[in-house]
Design a protein around this ligand. Sequence first.
Ligand SMILES: Nc1ncnc2c1ncn2[C@@H]1O[C@H](COP(=O)(O)OP(=O)(O)OP(=O)(O)O)[C@@H](O)[C@H]1O
Ligand SMILES: [Zn+2]
Ligand SMILES: [Zn+2]
Length: 842
Amino acid sequence: MEIAKVIVDVPAKSTDRTFDYLIPAEMRRWIEVGSRVGVPFGHRTVQGFVTSLHERQEPGRFKLKPIQELLDLVPPLPPDLVELAGWMRERYACGEIMALQAMIPTALKGKAERYISVSDTESQAAQDGLLLADTGMEDDSEREIVLFVQSRTQVPLGQLSRRFPEQAEMIKSLLRRGVLQESQYIKDKLQKKTLKAVDLAVSVEEAEAALAAFPAKAQRQREVLAWLLELSPMLPVAMKEVLSGLQVSAATVKSLEDKGLVTIDDVEVFRDPYRGRDFKPTAPLPLTHEQQHVYERVVGQLDERTHGVFLLHGVTGSGKTEIYLQTIQRCIEQDRQAIVLVPEISLTPQMVERFKGRFGDQVAVMHSRLSAGERYDEWRKIREGRVKVAIGARSGVFAPFKSIGLIIIDEEHETSYKQEETPKYHARDVAVKRADQHGAVVILGSATPSLESYHAARSQSNDEFAPLLLEMHHRALGNKLPEVHIVDMRNELRGNNRSMFSRDLHQGIAARLEKGEQIVLLLNRRGYSTFVMCRSCGYVSTCPNCDISLTYHQRSNNMRCHYCGYSEGVPETCPECGSEHIRYFGTGTQRVEEELAKLFPGIRVIRMDVDTTTEKGSHEKLLKQFRDKKADVLLGTQMVAKGLDFPDVTLVGVITADSALNLPDFRAAEKTFQLLTQVAGRAGRHQLPGEVFVQSYTPDHYSVIHASRHDYLSFVREELKHRRVLHYPPYCRLILVTFTHEQLPLLVRLAENYTANLEGKARQRGWFGSLDKFTGDVMDVLGPVASPMPKIKNRYRFQCMIKWRGNIDVIGLAREVADDMADAVQNQKLLISLDVDPQMLM
Ligand SMILES: Nc1ncnc2c1ncn2[C@@H]1O[C@H](COP(=O)(O)OP(=O)(O)OP(=O)(O)O)[C@@H](O)[C@H]1O
Ligand SMILES: [Zn+2]
Ligand SMILES: [Zn+2]
């Protein structure tokens, strides 16, 4: 093939297509679909991806420019991912280059020089006196190549292809088999992360002796030393963790250093958080009845080797993870690979542990806290087929496996599966598409499936994916779901209790402390201060048109609807009950922690929120401490709600259920239901029975009530009714169009132009109208209005929301109208961004 079609890395409307380049003769054997190349573009050289190869049709008619450089010997993207990028372009109205870039590890995006070397295991074999011939070398030319590379330690990529121009296939094969490896020269300074770490300077015995002999007045130092002793197998620990974990000052640690008991050093952050760690191997458990049924359905589909999607709705503790493990086992036996997506990998160390425990080294973990280099290493293991299972967050869906059999999406309802930056894809939809390409099975697992998935499974109408519903109603260990009590916080106020803890929850905590059982406390901090609520009666102002909470704007001191623009003033007293206790709502975890310490002197609290979990591995450590019963309370934001399995947790408290309920988002009720159900599910998972207190100012809201009864179906029924009446998904689809500009008047004009043009074109096509009045195919536009965050980094933001249903290409139209404004975008520096099926509406 002489011609390569290339998508160049110049994100603009005019460059969102392929450009033809001539493939120089010496590169012909190397370039494939998915190759990354350097090509001349205008006056510069840019990166690009080869999306197809062609013979030259009419030689000499156009003078094509040649590809200048080949950036990798083995293409970073297999053809199926290149195809997927084309699909994403249409589905999410994004530039194709954005989709392609999202699929490769960051380490490949930079300009670092790339090298080929002999892989570590091969070098080891050589050192151990084994002949290379014994390690699978196929013939003399292969050996020649390997010896050439080995003699030079590292060979720049270009040099190797020039030295062995005819051996392209062989070299690629050596790379794919992992005999040779590609690496990049990483500047040590940039890549090595160091951090202040504390370690014992003396032996454990000496430290214990020192501790015993410590003067009583040096209480803080004693605490630090005692803590370090407890952690001794895991040392060193980050200085930050000592400080935040024990609430001591750096000076305290420093005085221990002065006494020669501890060291404080800059240490390199671990390369692979799992390296050298032993995971307790586990064997498959005999399945329960319900599990067996689900297992057989999934395995039946796997054995057919055809595409299928299952929605696994299983209550908390029903043993979904065991299903994942055993179906993956089958997938591996079929010589296919599996991808497991989890909402946020660093939040789910238990999950990683379970997979590593079952599949050991066959698992690659794509961890958001890994450095770019480390992630690249994991990615390579996947591409070279050295692992069978990839676990990762959202972007794990692009794991470059060759033959995927199974894709699992755990907690499929989680919003983190939607990427909020371009390309604004949803990993669930991408997973379904990717599985389709591979003839693979998808399992969407959750105790609280998203309404979109559940509705699709129920109605079997959505043709993009209509999952088959599988259900598990019982916990695997046979125990009951915990009893949930709703606490009416309005009564607390009336009873003159102004604390954030109700009398019931207070008693519950005290009782657990006495018995030595453990407590999980959830504080939902999202939506902090965005809404105005009456503490006497629970009243919250909502938009008369859209039925979502109005958002408080400090600047203008009024409240606004972010869907349609409605606004009103902030009331001095509650319009419902006349109370003056109407205020901006929200407290932080730190305040809860302080209050706990006041109410229960000596209580041991582990606080888990964004502040205490910035260090790599900090979640894992905090959770380990909790599991080892080094604390009574695990207090945190949403991160304590998910997937944790601790036997001694018998009490769960939700400080305020309402803060999620009053987000200005039509999914607020759904999110509240999910969060309450998930966090309640942390209690009483093993032998001891669990109890849950949910504090609320709106205790009769259906999301709170149904969650307290563990009644997913009734919740869904009621919520779907609302969605149908108000025209929200799953009864229609949405596109959120956001405009940003430095000058407000110009921005408003351009945003209005956009909506007017969109409406005009939709009318021409006979699509436009109110979803209320028309049945069938129809689209409507709300706005433009100021965005919930009206100004970010000196740019004003406006938005409009497109609602539509039926079989009309509204995504294409929205994009077309945006493209028509390319001049304004170019000359006046307007930014337009389209979010198809948005999750974040705030
Ligand atoms: N077949 C089985 N036999 C014995 N124990 C089991 C079995 N299946 C699961 N378990 C145990 O039951 C507990 C709950 O299982 P798991 O954590 O997988 O539930 P889950 O459905 O993922 O729950 P959640 O949605 O709350 O995360 C775990 O401790 C697990 O080891
Ligand atoms: Zn009131
Ligand atoms: Zn409104």
